[in-house]
Design a protein around this ligand. Sequence first.
Ligand code: NAP
Length: 410
Amino acid sequence: MQCGLLGEHLSHSFSPQIHAQLGTYPYRLYEVQPEGLGNFLNNTPFTGINVTIPYKKAVIPYCKQLTPTAALLGAVNTIIRQSDGSLLGHNTDYAGFRSMVEHSGLDVGMKKVLVLGSGGASATVVAVLKELNANPVVISRTGENNYSNLNKHADAAVIVNTTPVGMYPNNGLAPIDIDLFPTLEGILDLIYNPHRTALLMQAEKRNLVTENGLWMLVAQAKESAEYFTGSAIDDRIIQKIHTSLKKQTENIVLIGMPGCGKSTVGSLLANKLQRTFVDADTEIEKEAGMSIPEIFARGGEQSFRKIESTVLERLGKKSGLVIATGGGCVTIPENYPHLHQNGIMIYLNRSIDTLPTDGRPLSNKDNLEILYTVRKPLYEQFLDVSVANNGSIDDTVDHILLMLSKGDLT
Ligand code: NAP
């Protein structure tokens, strides 16, 4: 048995990790250039493959048969080789998005739902929404309903983003400003990298329901695996894989006062989790080509903060890191979305009379208390969880590991 994923650029795919938890079949990535598509489909002895950008439509002529869902959507994301060697095309994105709506808890029935984008995923989303008795309106850059007349739809209850706007590596961009929609209940974003797009972060600020595309990705993979193996798989596996993938791909970001132990705790934590540890201060020195005291001496704190934000923007886009930040990163509000988009923020809380001061440009004994008074509320705005670090480093790391294993940090 041989399964895999067909696409043009696949280096960032999560599919191998997901399928490794769905079955024991080998699953490999097939990066194929457009001119090689026919040869690949005709001559590769796969049992079943998933299909991604840009081939979901292009593979249709090679399929002898389409399932009713694939025919309805005019797109194929799963191909099965039949016993006579011919290819059957199916689309599991339909089941994936349906499952995502259910998981979000949003009730879309009889409500206006704006679907941003008019590509392949949009067609799937619209078909599912119609089945759920919602009233979908597609917003397209070139359509009758477009980004210049969104005010016609200020009564929208839900927004689904099917555009790639805000997706890695173009993090931080949002296709719309949700202030236009006062009665909005929630946003579903098909993007899963980053975990929280700029659009989802707008919704978080208003305490709306949010869901990214990771659930859909896992749910559609589960249905593909059922096609590959010919056996039903319990739906509960979706939650299990979703949780483990989220845990593996989210960054763990340590924030806190200078000297509170972020670098020591971070490096030991990374070691125990077999993750890469990154110290933001070291990255800042690399970026600037000089030491931190030199940066302060030449351009002052403002210059340092600018370099720090550039570094945090770059690190925050990555996945699965343990990041120790500098104590003052919380003074710059734009650092919050950089770190929050893919990260769980742990505030390492250490009693200030035990904080060291040597070699730290902003914390000498006299102003440490003032610094703490100013920064404490900022740490509280950034944090997801606060962890005391007044005992041994091992105890603190074990405490964080326990929280991670119990799912308290997801
Ligand atoms: P697609 O066929 O290329 O369609 C994307 C649509 O977005 C385009 O048709 C376009 O619609 C709009 N768009 C593209 N660039 C834009 C821009 N710069 N500004 C505003 N709108 C823009 O791609 P797709 O296959 O539908 O996938 C779309 C997204 O969904 C991708 O991010 C993909 O990763 C994600 N996806 C996720 C899952 C999952 O399992 N989570 C499954 C499928 C897809 P208009 O020209 O009409 O504006």
